[in-house]
Each structure stands twice: as structure tokens, then as C-alpha cells.
Design a protein. Structure first.
Length: 363
């Protein structure tokens, strides 16, 4: 139970002349964990709210388990939702806030007690059980909101940025808890976030949106390795993929600053049918500074002067100018480098991404 189909779903708010969501198509398998990601205002919450029934679907059809839902009231859709702007009942304790929905559903008292105890335990709220929302921190309130939804144990679980108010450490542990919870509850889950790390680490599949339009749907590593356009390539991955305007002529690639590299034959052949003005993309970890890689790709090695470093502990980011653009490379903590150092490096040739400069679509 919990098979969701979105068919050509669109949304135009009455007070707006432009679509908030356009032609959204997706089939979500039972028990699947889907993440919607994209920049602020791209239509994530709107789509989620249409699935939940809190926002009218102005175009297309929504099915859950084969039943058309467009006209079905939210409470009859078998859904529980954590809202982005969740509002707790201010006069109720944490415990009452969590149990309220079950009471409304006329669940027997002893079962309510069991479920509420379980939710309070997994969310680490025992200490706050009898407090009212005004006496909780933002993160604690958010956990109560999460608890209210979990406790209902529905076939579809919708979450709109449920961890946005938590500190970094709690986010990571809650990320884990939600993944575990999902495995044990088995509810089909849609999780909205603008944090691509959350999407990458939690989801079976990710839907990336921009301006109300789905850009790509796929497994996390598919999106990472095979982005369909420059937007997806830039959105997934941190630090962001490096982009360069390049001119490709046969096997020769020239950067805006005149630097040149020779492309592998297969790459040159793939690019041959496109006009020579392209965008090259390469991820920071695919720029190599070690002698082994430099030896292998010697004829293409480049030089630059490090302008800035970000020391992360486990790894470091090195910033420098190359190819007419700011470049960031990601190196291990053992490859120590300092500002002002002149370095030699190579781009891993089979890790290069190419995009059409006009359409920005992947080649
Ligand atoms: N009630 C509304 N009336 C008119 N326009 C709206 C309404 N709610 C949202 N919008 C517009 O619809 C678009 C999508 O909004 P939505 O809230 O779905 O974005 P989002 O992806 O959830 O963003 P965020 O990450 O900031 O939460 C935005 O341009 C927004 O301004
Ligand atoms: Mg939103």
C-alpha cells in the first residue's frame, strides 16, 4: 500500500500568472523513499501539499493505490504530514500534542499510550514530555511535530524540511533515525529538503526541481555521475562542480585563458557532432595532484597557484584560478598545501562532463 502516481500535475495559484508547478510526472513505488530537492521557491512544498490535499491540484491527476485523489479530503488519503511551518497546539504538553491525532482517530487508549511512549523514546523527548511548546527550543518543537506525524502510522508519510531547525549534530542523528524509521514503518515517504546531502544520504530516488519543473529523477549516484543538465550537475555535490567555457576542436580542448588539454579519442568523437563552444564540468575530487595520476596524464598536466584553502579536517578544499574560472579541488588531508604554493594537477579525463552552452543540456 502506498503506490503514488502523479500524472501531469500542475499548479497555478489564483493570485499568480505563472505556474508554481508544471507537468510533474512521477510514479512512487510502495515503501519507496523519495526526496524532492531544489532551490527556494522551486515548488517542492506546493507539490507535497497537493499530494496531501491541502492545496488544490489545478492540472493533472493524482492517484494513491490506483484511486484518484484529486477530490478526496486530506484526512481520507491515508497520509500523515510534517509541515514546513508546523504549528503545535500551544496549550498542550508534548505528550498531548503527539497523541491528539490518534485520539481524533478514536484509537483505543492503551494503544495510544504505547505508540506515544515509543515515539517519545525514539525522538529523545522523554525529558520534555510534560512541557508546553513555548518552553521548548526550535529543534525540540520540530521533533514534536515529527512525532505527531510518525505516531499516526499511515501508508504515506510526507515531510517538508523536517530537520531545518536542528543543529548540525542532531540533524545527522535525526537523518539516521528517519531512515531507520522508514525501514521499520515501511510507509511510502516523500521528503522535501533543499539540502542535497540529506537527499543523497536518505533517498532511494531524488527528484530535482527548478522553477516548478522537474529537472531529473534518479538514484542519488545516477544524478551525481550522470547529471542531465548543468543545473543538476551544479546542485548535487559539495563543493560545487567546476565549470569552464571551452572550445573543442577534434581532440584539442582550449580554455578561456588559452590553457589546452588533449581529450581521449572517445570523448572527442562523442563531442564531434556538437558545435565546438561547450561547457566543461569537473568535480573537485576529480582534479588530481598526486604523482601517480600526474605521471599517467602527463601531457595534460597544468599548473596554478593556490589562492585559498579550506581545511576541513578529513579533507581540504584548494581554491585557485584556472582556465578562466575559479576552481576548487578536493584533496585528502595528507595532501597538504598552502596559500601561494604553485601546484601541478590533472583533470581525470573520463570524469569530465560536457554541456551544450546554449541549452545547458548534458552531452
Ligand atoms: N499561497 C500562494 N499563493 C501564491 N503563490 C504561492 C503560494 N504559495 C507559494 N507560492 C509560490 O509558488 C512557488 C513555489 O513555492 P513553494 O512554497 O512550493 O516553494 P519551495 O520549493 O517549497 O520553496 P522553499 O524551499 O523556500 O520552501 C513560489 O514562487 C511561491 O512564491
Ligand atoms: Mg517549501
Amino acid at each position: 500500500m502506498g503506490f503514488i502516481e502523479l500524472k501531469h500535475i500542475g499548479k497555478k495559484y489564483a493570485n499568480s500568472d505563472k505556474n508554481a508547478v508544471t507537468d510533474f510526472n512521477l510514479e512512487i513505488e510502495e515503501k519507496e523513499f523519495i526526496a524532492f530537492v531544489g532551490p527556494s521557491g522551486c515548488g517542492k512544498s506546493t507539490t507535497l501539499r497537493m499530494i496531501a490535499g491541502f492545496e488544490e491540484i489545478t492540472e493533472g491527476e493524482l492517484y494513491i493505490d490506483g484511486v484518484k485523489m484529486n477530490e478526496v479530503a486530506p484526512r481520507d488519503r491515508g497520509i500523515s504530514m510534517v509541515f514546513q511551518n508546523y504549528a503545535l497546539y500551544p496549550h498542550m504538553t508534548v505528550e498531548k500534542n503527539i497523541s491528539y491525532g490518534l485520539k481524533n482517530m478514536k484509537v483505543p487508549k492503551d494503544i495510544i499510550k504505547k505508540k506515544v511512549d515509543w515515539v517519545i523514546d525514539i525522538l529523545g523527548l522523554e525529558e520534555y514530555r510534560y512541557r508546553k511548546p513555548k518552553n521548548l527550543s526550535g529543534g525540540q518543537r520540530q521533533r514534536v511535530a515529527l512525532g505527531r506525524a510518525i505516531v499516526k502510522d499511515q501508508k504515506v508519510f510526507l515531510m517538508d524540511e523536517p530537520l531545518s531547525n536542528l543543529d548540525a549534530k542532531l540533524r545527522v542523528s535525526m537523518r539516521n533515525e528517519i531512515s531507520k524509521l522508514h525501514r521499520s514503518l515501511g510507509s511510502t515517504t516523500i521528503y522535501v529538503t533543499h539540502d542535497q546531502v540529506e537527499a543523497m544520504t536518505m533517498a532511494d530516488r531524488i527528484v530535482i526541481m527548478k522553477d516548478g519543473v522537474v529537472q531529473q529523477i534518479g538514484k542519488p549516484m545516477d544524478l551525481y555521475e550522470h547529471p542531465q543538465n548543468k543545473f543538476v550537475a551544479g546542485f548535487i555535490g559539495s563543493p560545487q562542480m567546476n565549470f569552464y567555457d571551452v572550445t573543442v576542436n577534434g581532440e584539442e580542448m582550449t580554455f578561456a585563458d588559452g590553457s589546452k588539454m588533449t581529450l581521449p579519442k572517445a570523448t572527442a568523437e562523442k563531442l564531434a557532432s556538437h558545435k565546438g563552444e561547450l561547457i566543461l564540468g569537473i568535480r573537485g575530487e576529480d582534479i588530481k595532484f598526486d604523482s601517480q595520476n600526474i605521471d599517467v596524464y602527463k601531457q595534460n598536466s597544468q599548473q596554478a597557484v593556490i589562492e585559498n584553502t579550506e581545511i576541513m579536517g578529513n579533507e581540504n578544499n584548494l581554491y585557485f584560478q584556472f582556465g578562466g574560472a575559479q576552481t576548487v579541488a578536493r584533496v585528502s588531508k595528507y595532501e597538504v598545501c598552502q596559500m601561494g604554493d604553485r601546484v601541478e594537477f590533472v583533470f581525470m579525463p573520463h570524469k569530465m562532463h560536457f554541456f551544450d552552452r546554449e541549452t545547458e543540456m548534458s552531452i
